[in-house]
Design a protein around this ligand. Structure first.
Ligand SMILES: NC(=O)c1ccc[n+]([C@@H]2O[C@H](COP(=O)([O-])OP(=O)(O)OC[C@H]3O[C@@H](n4cnc5c(N)ncnc54)[C@H](O)[C@@H]3O)[C@@H](O)[C@H]2O)c1
Length: 266
C-alpha cells in the first residue's frame, strides 16, 4: 500500500525534470495524476510512458482558465482533487540587474513572475474549492533561492522564490483548518529548466549553460549531484495526510545548502 493510495493530484510543470519525477513517484505511491504542462510534446511522452494512470492537460499556468481545466479534469476522471502541486518554473540564469538591459526588464520580470508567482496563485485559486471539499493540500516547489542570495539565481528568480514562501504562509493561514499548504525547496539539478523568452533565456536548459552538477558537488553540504528523483519523497510526505496532518505553512528545505560546506568535502 502506498502513502497516496486513492489520491487524485494535479502536478504543474509535469513534462520534465522535477515535475515528471513527482508524477512517477505519486503513481508508485498509488495516486492518479493530472499532468499539466505547456509542452504537448513532453506530455505525450509522459502519457506513452505511464498510460491510463495519467491524464494530461496542455496549458499555461499563467491562465486561470487553464488551471481550472486541469483541476476539473481531476474531478471528471478521478472524482475529486486531494493534492495540487504547483511546480512549473523559470530560472533567470543568474542574470544580474546591472547586466539586464532596461528595455527587456519589464517583460522579463512579468514573464518570470508570471510563471513562478502568478502561476502558483492562479493554481491555488483554481484548486481551492475541490481541496476544501476533500480536505486536501497544496504543495509548491520553491528553491534554495527561497532562503539565500548569492547562489540560487539573480534578483528576479530569488525574489520570485522568496515570494513563494510568503504565499505558502499566507495561504496556510487563510485555508486552515481544512486545507494544508506547504512547499518543498530543492537545490540544483540538471533538468530542462529554461529562462524567460523576453530576456533571451528560453533556448538553453540549465545543465547546458551552467555546470549545475559540479556546483552541487562542490557547494552543497552533502557533495553529490542530486537527480530530480532524489527530491520527490518530500512531496509524498507533505501530500499524504496520514503522514503530515500536523504540517501546514512549512517549507521543507531539501537542498542541503542550509548547512555550511566543509572545505574537505567530507
Ligand atoms: N533545476 C534546478 O536546479 C532547480 C533548483 C531549485 C528549484 N527548481 C524548481 O523546480 C521546478 C521545476 O523545474 P525543473 O528544474 O524541473 O525544470 P523543467 O524545465 O525540466 O520543468 C519545468 C516544466 O515547466 C513547464 N513550464 C514552464 N513554463 C510553463 C507555463 N507557463 N505553463 C505550463 N508549464 C510550464 C516546462 O515546459 C517544463 O516541462 C521549478 O519551480 C524550479 O524553479 C529547480
Amino acid at each position: 500500500m502506498g502513502w497516496l493510495d486513492g489520491y487524485s493530484a494535479v502536478v504543474t510543470g509535469a513534462g520534465s525534470g522535477l515535475g515528471k519525477a513527482i508524477v512517477g513517484r505519486f503513481l508508485t505511491e498509488g495516486a492518479n495524476v493530472v499532468a499539466f504542462d505547456k509542452s504537448g510534446e513532453k506530455l505525450s511522452a509522459l502519457k506513452t510512458h505511464h498510460g491510463d494512470a495519467v491524464e494530461t492537460v496542455t496549458g499555461d499556468v499563467r491562465s486561470i482558465e487553464d488551471n481550472k481545466r486541469a483541476c476539473e479534469r481531476a474531478i471528471e476522471k478521478f472524482g475529486k482533487l486531494d493534492t495540487f502541486v504547483g511546480n512549473a518554473g523559470l530560472w533567470d540564469f543568474n542574470r544580474t540587474l546591472t547586466d539586464t538591459p532596461s528595455e527587456l526588464l519589464e517583460a522579463g520580470f512579468d514573464e518570470l513572475f508570471g510563471v513562478n508567482v502568478k502561476g502558483y496563485v492562479l493554481g491555488a485559486k483554481a484548486a481551492i474549492p475541490a481541496l476544501q471539499a476533500s480536505g486536501g493540500s497544496i504543495v509548491l516547489t520553491l528553491s534554495n533561492a527561497s532562503f539565500f542570495s548569492g547562489g540560487g539565481g539573480g534578483p528576479l528568480y530569488v525574489a520570485s522564490k522568496h515570494a513563494g514562501v510568503g504565499l505558502v504562509k499566507q495561504l496556510a493561514y487563510e485555508l486552515a483548518p481544512r486545507v494544508r499548504v506547504n512547499a518543498v525547496a530543492p537545490g540544483g539539478m540538471d533538468t530542462d529548466l529554461r529562462g524567460p523568452d523576453a530576456l533571451g533565456l528560453s533556448n538553453t536548459a540549465i545543465g547546458q549553460a551552467f555546470p549545475i552538477g559540479e556546483v552541487m558537488k562542490q557547494r552543497s553540504a552533502l557533495h553529490f549531484e542530486p537527480a530530480p528523483e532524489d527530491y520527490v519523497a518530500a512531496y509524498v510526505l507533505l501530500a499524504a495526510k496520514s503522514q503530515s496532518r500536523t504540517v501546514t505553512g512549512s517549507v521543507f528545505d531539501v537542498s542541503s545548502f542550509g548547512t555550511p560546506t566543509r572545505p574537505s568535502g567530507g
